[in-house]
Design a protein. Structure first.
Length: 439
């Protein structure tokens, strides 16, 4: 997902997956044309830029190009992340939705379970140039394993470690940490004089999950077993959550006030020189908007326990991003496929991902020089070498809510000066597991 601050609505997916299997969406308004000759398409785009007006400015000229090429007018609506999932769920139950829409890639398996989205089988992939055009990591976040994807990757993102060059120099630190031990050691040098080493969003449930998931992989934990059952209290899961919360509770390198952050305040603190490091997805445009110059910050891969990032226990990011889906019951399925083909073409992939600071999930588009900048190169290499998709299970959304809330509670304890023991972490994760639907 792009806007990690806005997924509180995920809780509602689980409640609807059992009731929406027969429902769909798609335009049925007058003048839409037939499937063989569509005149219009409706498109719900997620808010990717600093505001909705910026998204319209970026997307409108591209949609005009599509109309000129195909004769199909695209009716655009940009929807804030705080509203998007609820709008999608309402559409799956009412049958009144768009033809094409953006979804957060972590929602793919949950929305797939509603049965409302077009499955991307071999025929549908062939219509847009083939499955092999896409990066495997991005395809891994398009639906449950063993099923045809519920969506197609559109924008890809991963996490990186951003650091303030001046603060590092003042602390006598030569470069960014490559391991967590180095990060903690550097962090203790940086956390002084009212300034802190690492920013966090302790009340942001989704960000909590993203960090815990990557740390979990490094501890050999997946949070779900092979049958899709939660394993939140496994040794690896407990160790991962405790390590993350301990940056505040034990290591004292995160400010206690960060326990209340949920609206990207950690990025503001970084841009204002109050925090030396932050773990984030594609933050360059935000720093620029906050007044930082590009030469004032650096970017590096998220640390691992030892060595270099990679697969298995060397994973250092979840696969973040946006997918493009089609409502199965659209009256304009041929036109919708044409639109998906257009949006995932090399030219559009390079243009749109450059505009949004994301990485193209289309392999050939990644070769564009725009993605060779130091920051985007780190994001791209992470996606290719050391990122893994969040669990592709129908209850993934409830996982984000329950475990994200458990971590929020633990951060609150740390901020209040309470000791966060292993038993306390395990107890909170046990509560989270009890909240999961019983299969």
């Amino acid at each position: 997902m792009r806007r990690i601050r806005a997924a509180a609505a995920l809780l509602t997916v689980t409640a609807l997956t059992g009731t929406a299997a027969a429902c769909g969406g798609g335009s049925s308004t007058g003048g839409a044309g037939s499937n063989a000759s569509p005149k219009t398409l409706t498109y719900w785009a997620s808010n990717q830029g600093p505001n909705i007006a910026a998204d319209k400015k970026i997307l409108t000229p591209e949609l005009k190009k599509f109309e000129e090429q195909t004769g199909i007018e695209v009716k655009l609506e940009v929807i804030p992340w705080s509203d998007l999932l609820n709008r999608i769920l309402a559409a799956t139950t009412s049958g009144q939705g768009p033809d094409v829409l953006n979804i957060g890639n972590t929602w793919s398996s949950s929305l797939q379970a509603t049965g409302a989205l077009l499955p991307w089988d071999a025929k549908n992939f062939a219509a847009i140039g083939g499955r092999d055009r896409f990066v495997p990591a991005a395809l891994g976040s398009t639906g449950a394993t063993g099923k045809d994807p519920a969506a197609v990757p559109l924008y890809s993102l991963s996490y990186a470690l951003y650091y303030n060059k001046a603060m590092f120099k003042d602390a006598g630190i030569d470069g960014p940490p490559a391991t967590w031990d180095e990060l903690v050691a550097d962090g203790k040098k940086l956390s002084k004089g009212g300034k802190w080493a690492l920013g966090a969003e302790g009340s942001n449930l989704v960000n909590n999950i993203h960090q815990a998931f990557a740390l979990g992989k490094q501890h050999g934990a997946d949070f779900f077993d092979a049958d899709g059952k939660p394993t939140f209290t496994s040794d690896g899961a407990v160790a991962a959550v405790q390590q993350y919360v301990d940056f505040m509770a034990k290591d004292k390198i995160i400010a206690p006030g960060n326990a209340e952050y949920a609206q990207n305040q950690s990025l503001r603190d970084f841009a204002q020189g109050k925090t030396a490091m932050v773990l984030w997805q594609a933050a360059a445009t935000t720093f620029e908007a906050q007044g930082m110059k590009p030469d004032e910050w650096g970017v590096a891969p998220v640390p691992v326990a030892s060595g270099l990032p990679g697969a298995g226990k060397k994973v250092n990011s979840m696969v973040a991003g946006i997918n493009l889906a089609v409502f199965k019951n659209t009256d304009n399925i041929d036109g919708a496929r044409k639109f998906v083909k257009f949006m995932t073409s090399d030219a559009e992939q390079a243009h749109l991902n450059k505009a949004y600071g994301s990485i193209p999930p289309v392999k050939s588009a990644q070769k564009n020089a725009a993605f060779d900048r130091a920051d985007t190169a780190v994001l791209r290499d992470t996606l290719l070498k050391s990122a893994a998709p969040l669990p592709q299970v129908p209850d993934e959304s409830q996982f984000e809510t329950s475990v994200g809330t458990a971590i929020k509670k633990l951060f609150a304890d740390a901020a209040a000066g309470r000791t966060v023991t292993r038993d306390a972490v395990k107890a909170e994760l046990a509560k989270a597991q009890q909240q999961m639907p019983k299969s």
